[in-house]
Design a protein around this ligand. Structure first.
Ligand SMILES: [Zn+2]
Length: 112
């Protein structure tokens, strides 16, 4: 049995709006100017940690359906990195904040 033919990217994305992201330095820009660098706030374990801990640090990430803290870079703009708290299910952006800031607490609206 043959697999179904895929639509061309142009056809399959024709009815979808591009996500607009807000760079803290440049303002709102289309998503194709940005690059997602993965999960934010991952702490590197001590160098004398177990192999299991080191592998967990390198390879295992949460994959939440909901709010997720991510690192983003405005690659085709100012080139700056920043954090974004984005809902992975709805793409709602809850917060954009500096790399040095703690993840905002959605319940209180403030950093912990
Ligand atoms: Zn920028």
């Amino acid at each position: 049995m043959k697999p179904p033919l895929l639509e061309s990217p142009t056809e399959s994305n024709a009815d979808q709006a591009m996500m607009i992201l807000r760079c803290p330095w440049c303002g709102e820009r289309p998503e194709n100017e940005f690059h997602c660098g993965g999960t934010s706030h991952i702490q590197r374990p001590a160098l004398d940690c177990s192999d299991e801990t080191w592998c967990d640090y390198l390879f295992n990430r949460d994959n939440p359906c909901g709010p997720h803290a991510e690192r983003w870079r405005h690659t085709f703009g100012c080139g700056q990195w920043f954090n974004m708290l984005r809902d992975t299910a709805t793409h709602e952006i809850h917060a954009v904040y500096a790399m040095t800031e703690a993840r905002p607490d959605l319940a209180t609206g403030n950093p912990p």
